[in-house]
Design a protein around this ligand. Structure first.
Ligand SMILES: Cc1ncc(COP(=O)(O)O)c(C=O)c1O
Length: 293
């Protein structure tokens, strides 16, 4: 039964939560900027930022005001109508990232799933029956089954087989491996890479490696798909980490700090990748596509 005590003083344990985490014995009750306060009054510097999420900190007055304004105006509509705010956000992100259009979703894994679907459409359009996407050792792309299959983590995958096919894992930052793709090369349609790997430690791809990948993508008509879910939204001194390199991606995926804690993801596309979806080919309750684009 629900306890009638006010939410900020009510404590239970994790008995009713699926046991997927082993949390620290701390409850946070307040946050301001980059500081958190636990319910026993201790202040903590929020160096984890909700796992690369709260780039703008906690309880910023402007963000609070924007949320309150919207909740007083209108809640959810649906993807059967135009959504002005979504159009504005799409335009803003496309200008910042030099991309053509956006598909919004709820999480990073979903943004990457969207990218994967675009890669497969791109491949099928070229007559490739079993399209392959290059992924990297040490990569983390999310926990849906397809993204788990693109992620190099035996622990995260354990017990969830069979995995989704269609990925070719190469050693991160290894130029030689790119020269030795062999028979696989004819089926490759895209590369999915974090320019800066997050979950396997801060591992930065070398500019030479990214340039070579980018050249191979244009020479072979593969999509260059950058997972900027952890590295994007101002975490490297530019809006997106790829802007520190000389790259022109076909697809960028975003989430985490995009919403500062509000669950939102986005897949941005440019050029040929931006016209692969057609009405009805992809969607979800909260995605709100503008079907006329
Ligand atoms: C690089 C990268 N891609 C994808 C994801 C998955 O994002 P989400 O947890 O929002 O599904 C993460 C999450 O840590 C990530 O770091």
């Amino acid at each position: 039964m629900l306890n009638p005590i006010a939410a900020d003083t009510y404590k239970t344990d994790d008995a009713y939560l699926m046991g997927t985490y082993t949390p620290q014995p701390i409850y946070f009750s307040k946050g301001k900027g980059c500081w958190l306060t636990s319910d026993d009054g201790i202040d903590y510097l929020d160096a984890i930022s909700g796992i690369a999420v709260t780039n703008l900190g906690h309880t910023h007055a402007a963000i609070n005001a924007a949320l309150v304004e919207q909740t007083n105006k209108l809640w959810h509509v649906s993807n059967t109508v135009h959504i002005q705010e979504q159009q504005l956000l799409g335009e803003k992100l496309c200008h910042l990232a030099n991309m053509d259009n956006a598909f919004f979703c709820n999480s990073g894994a979903e943004a990457n799933e969207t990218a994967l679907k675009l890669a497969r459409l791109h491949g099928h359009k070229k007559g490739i029956k079993n399209p392959l996407v290059i992924v990297m050792s040490g990569a983390f792309h999310g926990r849906t089954l397809a993204m788990l299959s693109a992620t190099d983590s035996p622990n995260a995958r354990h017990g969830f087989g069979p995995l989704v096919e269609g990925f070719l894992e190469l050693p991160f930052n290894d130029m030689n491996a790119l020269d030795n793709l062999g028979e696989n090369k004819k089926d490759i349609v895209a590369v999915l890479i974090e320019p800066i790997q997050g979950e396997s430690g801060v591992r930065i791809a070398s500019p030479e490696y990214l340039n070579k990948l980018s050249t191979m993508c244009s020479d072979n008509d593969w999509l260059l798909m950058l997972d900027e879910i952890q590295s994007g939204i101002g975490r490297t001194g530019s809006w997106f980490s790829y802007q520190n390199f000389n790259l022109k991606p076909d697809i960028i995926t975003l989430a985490k700090a995009l919403g500062n804690g509000f669950p939102i993801g986005a897949c941005l596309a440019s050029g040929k990748a931006a016209s692969l979806f057609t009405p009805g080919s992809h969607g979800s309750t909260f995605t709100g596509i503008n079907y006329e684009r």
